[in-house]
Write a protein that binds this ligand. Structure first.
Ligand SMILES: *Cc1c(COP(=O)(O)O)cnc(C)c1O
Length: 400
C-alpha cells in the first residue's frame, strides 16, 4: 500500500482527533524515521519528547524483549521483581525519596492532583472539598476531563464540560499573580517549567524560584509537570534545576520509557507520597514489570550516554545557528537545551506550511499552536546531524 491508501483507511475508520502530517512511518532508528515510500526523515519532534533516547534504542529494546519473555504484568495485587529496582534507581537519580508509577502523562498529573488534595485535607487542614489548585494560562497537562477543566485552550475544553471545580488560573510567568491567588485553601501550584505545547514559552528568569519560595512561605505545594521538559530535554535532568528549584512533586512520563511503552510517575518525598493508603489510588498496568524494566533501561541510557550534556551542547549550537538565519518570517527564536521554538510572524501564513516544506526536505517537525515550529530532536543527535538539519531549516525559513 502507498501513503495515500493508508491515509484513506485512517480517514474512513479512525476518529479524526489529530491532524498529522501526511507521512506514513514504517520504521525508525536513532534520529531517523523511514516512510512506506522509502523516504528518510530526521525526527525533530521526538514524539513530543518521548524519544529523548532516539528511536528503537538497542539497549532499551533488549531490556524490553528480555522482560517480555519473563513476565509482563502482575498487577499490583502481587509484587514483581522490577518495580522495587525502578523505585530505587529513580530515587538515586532524582534525589526524591519515593515515586508512584502510572502509564500516561495525564494519569501522572491526575495522581499529583489527588495527592495535593489529600495533603491539603489531611496535613494543611483545608476544609473538606475546599482545596484549590493554581495553574497557569496556556498550560498543557493532558486530556482527561479534570485536566481539560483548567485548560485555557477552547479547542481542548469547550465541548467537554461540566468541568471539575477547584482550579484557579493565573497568567504564566507572573509571580505577583500567583502570590495574589494563594489563599488559606490553596493546596498547590501546578506549572510547566517551560510551556511546551503552549508554544515553547520560557517564563522570565527567576519565576520558578520565586513561585517556589512563595509556596514554601504559604505552606503550599509546588508541583512541576516535567513530562516534556524533564529527563534531559532542556540540558538538565529537570528544567526546574536551571533555577535551582526542587518542587514538592515532579511529574515525569514520555522519555521515562524512551518511547517504547507508556510509563509515567510522580516523584516526592516520604512525608508527602507516604500519604496514599492501600486502595486509595491505583492502575492495573501502572508499575508493571515490563514497563518498569523498560523505564530502568531508558533511565540508564540517559545517564550512561550523557544525553543531558549532549542536549545542552547541541541545543546551544542549534539556537546560535538558528539566530543566524535571515529572519523575514521569524518573530522570535527561543529555547533551552533541545526544546526550541521558532515563532513566525502572523503574516508568514502559519507554521503549518513551513512544517510541510520541512517534510519535503526530509525533516519532521510539528507546528505548536498556529505560529510556532518546535524543534526537539532526540537528545542523541550529533553535531553533523544538527548541521544537516540547519541547512534545510535555513532553506525553508528563507522561502517566500
Ligand atoms: C504530553 C504531556 C502531558 C500528557 O501526557 P500523555 O502521556 O499524553 O497523557 C502532560 N503534560 C505535559 C507537559 C506534556 O507535554
Amino acid at each position: 500500500m502507498n501513503t495515500g491508501e493508508y491515509i484513506e483507511l485512517e480517514k474512513k475508520y479512525g476518529a479524526h482527533n489529530y491532524h498529522p502530517l501526511d507521512v506514513v512511518i514504517e520504521k525508525a532508528q536513532g534520529v531517523w524515521v523511514y516512510d512506506v515510500e522509502g523516504n528518510r526523515y530526521l525526527d525533530c519532534l521526538s514524539a513530543y519528547s518521548a524519544l529523548n533516547q532516539g528511536h528503537v534504542h538497542p539497549r532499551i529494546l533488549q531490556a524490553m524483549i528480555q522482560q517480555a519473555e519473563k513476565v509482563t504484568l502482575t498487577s499490583r495485587a502481587f509484587r514483581n521483581d522490577q518495580l522495587p529496582l525502578l523505585y530505587k534507581e529513580l530515587s538515586e537519580m532524582t534525589g526524591y525519596q519515593m515515586s508512584l508509577p502510572m502509564n500516561s502523562g495525564a494519569e501522572g498529573v491526575e495522581t499529583a492532583l489527588k495527592l495535593a488534595r489529600k495533603w491539603a485535607y489531611r496535613v494543611k487542614k483545608v476544609p473538606r472539598y475546599q482545596a484549590e489548585i493554581i495553574v497557569a494560562a496556556g498550560n498543557f497537562h493532558g486530556r482527561t476531563v479534570s485536566i481539560v477543566s483548567f485548560s485555557t485552550e477552547p479547542l481542548y475544553r469547550e465541548d467537554f464540560g461540566p468541568f471539575t471545580p477547584g482550579f484557579v488560573i493565573v497568567p504564566y510567568g507572573d509571580v505577583k499573580a500567583v502570590e495574589k491567588a494563594i489563599t488559606p485553601n490553596t493546596a498547590a501550584v501546578l506549572l510547566e517549567p517551560i510551556q511546551g505545547e503552549g508554544g515553547v514559552i520560557i517564563p522570565p528568569q527567576g519565576y520558578l524560584q520565586q513561585v517556589s519560595r512563595i509556596c514554601r512561605e504559604t505552606n503550599t505545594l509546588f508541583i512541576a509537570d516535567e513530562i516534556q521538559t524533564g529527563l534531559g530535554r532542556t540540558g538538565k535532568l529537570f528544567a526546574c534545576q536551571h533555577e535551582d528549584v526542587r518542587p514538592d512533586i515532579v511529574i515525569i512520563g514520555k522519555a521515562l520509557s524512551g518511547g517504547f511503552y507508556p510509563v509515567s510517575a510522580i516523584l516526592a518525598d516520604e512525608p508527602l507520597l507516604g500519604l496514599f493508603q492501600p486502595g486509595e489510588h491505583g492502575s492495573t498496568f501502572g508499575g508493571n514489570p515490563l514497563g518498569a524494566a523498560i523505564a530502568r533501561a531508558a533511565l540508564k541510557v540517559i545517564i550512561e550516554e550523557n544525553l543531558i550534556e549532549n542536549a545542552r551542547i547541541q541545543g546551544e549550537y542549534f539556537l546560535e545557528q538558528l539566530a543566524e538565519i535571515p529572519g523575514k518570517h521569524i518573530k522570535e527564536i527561543r529555547g533551552k537545551g533541545l526544546l526550541i521554538g521558532v515563532e513566525l510572524k502572523p503574516e508568514a501564513g502559519g507554521a503549518r506550511r513551513f512544517c510541510e516544506a520541512l517534510k519535503e526536505k526530509g525533516i519532521l517537525a510539528k507546528e505548536t499552536h498556529q505560529h510556532v515550529i518546535r524543534f526537539a530532536p532526540p537528545l542523541i543527535i550529533s553535531r553533523s546531524d544538527v548541521d544537516w538539519a540547519l541547512e534545510r531549516i535555513n532553506q525553508v525559513l528563507t522561502m517566500p
